[in-house]
Write a new protein. Structure first.
Length: 56
């Protein structure tokens, strides 16, 4: 986390960060919600695939 702060980077998919896992929400879903991308059909398809453990 110190390195992310030093680089002014956004930490991703690590414990206790905004863009990480929250309950059943995966980090990819956190990104879609934060940046209001849940209306993009291709990204939603990828999210569903990730949830199902498949790659399409």
């Amino acid at each position: 986390m110190a390195e992310a702060g030093r680089l002014d980077a956004i930490p991703y998919d690590v414990r206790d960060v905004e863009l990480g896992h929250h309950g059943k929400q995966c980090s990819f879903e956190a990104i879609l919600r934060k940046y209001e991308l849940t209306g993009d059909p291709a990204l939603v398809h990828n999210l569903r695939s990730a949830r199902d453990g498949r790659r399409s």
